[in-house]
Design a protein around this ligand. Structure first.
Ligand SMILES: [Fe+2]
Ligand SMILES: [Fe+2]
Length: 250
């Protein structure tokens, strides 16, 4: 037994990864995840016609991100892995459909505006470090990143106004949505950690950045720092535990 063996992770990657496979899967999640984001903002627009123009604009931007990423993939012989992405996104789509059917706009805004956007930001930002290896990718990811931040600005402002002076109600909402939301999105984050490492990024750093980013968003909505951190750690811990023990994440 080598030292590497003794330090082998308790959870083996779901399949062996080479660089090409890793980038195909990551780009698959980016392209098809953006398409899901576009659909979610459109569904949100249906529920709150007063924000319809803005939310449809967001949907259009997400659709544009998908097509930029598709173009960048084509230019670099990357084949976005749809089968992998579909498997990762199924559970998210189910949740979005359930919240939409229940007319639950606030749940949708937490899933899309806080959780999905946090994951996008936490992966696009570090990807810029290696983006120059893929001609055309830098401008696509930089612009998408700027626009995700713009979406998050609006989302946090909306939630801040909506839950002004109702911190407990907001935490209850976040808790309710997050139990499934983090399991699903955070679960994907854990799964792609290996692929991120394969292309030269730190999967652990990205997951950590996502937790930090999400905590910061809760703070921006008005939750005191300690409470926000406690809330986020409480949400991610069961997931980290499952991941480390090789249990099924979703
Ligand atoms: Fe996007
Ligand atoms: Fe976005």
């Amino acid at each position: 037994m080598t030292i590497a063996d003794t330090h082998a992770p308790t959870c083996t990657p779901s399949s062996p990864v080479n660089k090409q496979e890793a980038i195909n899967r990551l780009m698959g999640l980016a392209v098809f995840g953006e398409m899901v984001a576009a659909r979610t903002y459109n569904l949100m627009a249906q529920l709150k016609p007063e924000f319809g123009v803005l939310l449809r604009k967001f949907a259009g931007m997400e659709g544009q991100h998908a097509s930029w990423f598709r173009d960048a993939s084509k230019a670099n012989d990357i084949e976005p892995d749809k089968e992998f992405a579909d498997h990762e996104l199924d559970y998210l789509i189910d949740q979005v459909n359930d919240h939409h059917a229940a007319g639950d706009f606030d749940a949708l805004i937490v899933v899309q505006g806080l959780i999905v956007e946090s994951m996008a930001i936490a992966t696009y930002e570090p990807f810029l470090e290696v983006a120059d290896r893929y001609p055309g990718a830098r401008s696509a990811f930089q612009q998408a990143l700027d626009e995700e931040r713009y979406h998050v600005d609006w989302v946090t402002r909306y939630l801040r106004l909506q839950f002004f002076d109702r911190e407990d109600d907001f935490l209850a909402l976040a808790g309710r949505v997050n139990v499934a939301g983090i399991d699903c999105i955070g679960g994907s984050m854990m799964k792609i950690a290996d692929y991120l490492s394969t292309i030269g990024l730190s999967g652990a750093d990205c997951a950590g950045t996502m937790m930090d980013g999400y905590t910061e968003l809760l703070e921006r909505v008005g939750i005191e720092q300690k409470k926000a951190a406690k809330n986020v750690v409480g949400l991610f811990l069961p997931l980290i535990h499952k991941y480390r023990h090789g249990m099924k994440i979703k």
